[in-house]
Design a binder for this molecule. Structure first.
Ligand code: GDP
Length: 367
């Protein structure tokens, strides 16, 4: 009979199988008298939080818990994947608590983008998605852009109460919290063992000066993001690392764009017009005739059309077609987690292809 071992740091049940899941500890750690999970280990020794993911059920439990508590919720989204990194239904759980909406990775957007316009866009999109944040910010946690402002806002809106940082995996939550820790504490090891262990299952507690606590909640996996369908190497190709250079294509109807072998856009009808593509600079965009597109995909996926790489195409889901007519001027066709294409004039008939399970949506143009 197997004995349940718990982390002396956070109390979570220890497991040794999956590094990305909560409670992971390397098998060798079980030999020790007291076992500490990898997440707490990193916080204790490196002053660094590490993001782990939860099952949907566990995450809902945490959200329910926040709804019953009294504090400020800081919700982080990835501005490059706004819709894909959105946590649906958060407003149902947070109760009366205020929400600050923070768009991270703003360093990826072209420098020409006006922050005020983008913040306005975020407010409107949040409202359309059923959330009314008390304020909205744009930051780059990695580059340190906008951090002071958002930290001041957190201090202002928390009214001495606790802070809950939420977001789905990969939005940059750990980077954000680690930067706050650095800004507040300097390099020193200020989160001392006396503040440790945290007591709340599944959450990391970062003590604030006045005795309140900032909680780092584990991220939930949004299953409909492209990131979950490619392997690590290909993920590097599709994840932008620096400012995106938009690529403009003048298309005639009956032309197709392939985004690697991951997604495809058929321009079916609407005369000659331009399409502006916002994807990782490393992602190869291939233009062809619509009538040749199926054949090209069959023959060239994993080769000319990659990612996914040849060794990975067997596991990759088949592409599913979604038909749209663009009705509004300045519309983005968004391939969740991969990027988007802006169509400036209405009237185009298009078909967007994404792997089965990945979302594709239309939205009012972000830029
Ligand atoms: P978490 O899963 O939400 O905790 O996300 P991480 O903090 O682990 O970050 C996920 C990925 O996004 C990492 O590859 C980070 O380097 C990257 N990242 C985080 N913040 C930024 C940012 O401000 N700009 C850019 N370009 N990348 C970022």
């Amino acid at each position: 009979e197997q004995q349940i071992i718990r982390c002396v740091g956070c109390g979570v049940q220890i497991q040794t199988e999956d590094e990305k899941q909560i409670g992971y500890a390397p098998p060798a750690a079980l030999e020790k008298e007291t076992v500490i999970c990898q997440r707490c280990f990193r916080l204790k020794h490196y002053n660094e939080v590490q993001d782990v993911s939860l099952t949907d059920d566990d995450f809902l439990k945490i959200l329910h818990g926040i709804g019953k508590s009294d504090g400020l919720v800081v919700k982080i989204v990835d501005i490059f994947d706004f819709n894909g990194s959105w946590l649906p239904g958060l407003h149902r759980f947070v109760g009366k608590n205020n929400i600050l909406l923070v768009g991270n990775k703003v360093d990826l957007l072209p420098k020409s983008v006006k922050y005020t316009k983008l913040i306005h866009w975020m407010k409107k999109s949040a409202k359309d998605l059923g959330l009314k944040p008390i304020d909205v910010f744009l930051i780059s946690a990695e580059k340190g852009i906008g951090m002071r402002k958002v930290m001041e806002a957190i201090e202002h809106y928390r009214f001495g109460k606790d802070v809950y940082v939420v977001g789905c995996t990969n939005v940059g939550k750990s980077t954000f919290i680690n930067r706050i820790i650095k800004e507040v504490t300097g390099e020193g090891n200020v989160i001392t063992t006396s503040h440790f262990p945290g007591t709340t299952l599944d959450m990391i507690e970062i003590p604030l000066e006045d005795g309140a606590v900032m909680y780092d909640t584990p991220g939930i996996i949004n299953h409909h993001q492209m990131a979950h369908y490619v392997d690590k190497k290909d993920l590097k190709v599709i994840t932008p690392k620096k400012e995106i250079k938009p690529k403009v294509y003048q298309l005639n109807e009956g032309q197709t764009l392939f985004f690697g072998g991951l997604a495809r856009l058929d321009y079916v009808k609407g005369g000659r017009r331009s399409f502006v593509c916002y994807f990782s600079n490393e992602l190869n965009i291939h233009r062809t005739k619509l009538e040749k597109a199926d054949h090209l995909y069959e023959n060239q996926r994993g080769e000319l059309l990659q990612p996914p790489r040849a060794s990975y195409i067997e596991q990759f889901p088949s592409l599913v077609a979604h038909s749209f007519t663009i009705k509004e001027p300045k519309t983005d066709i968004v391939f969740s987690g991969l990027g988007w294409v802006t169509c400036n004039e209405p009237g185009a008939q298009i078909v967007a292809y994404v792997p089965k399970g990945v979302n594709v949506i239309l939205r009012k143009s972000l830029i």
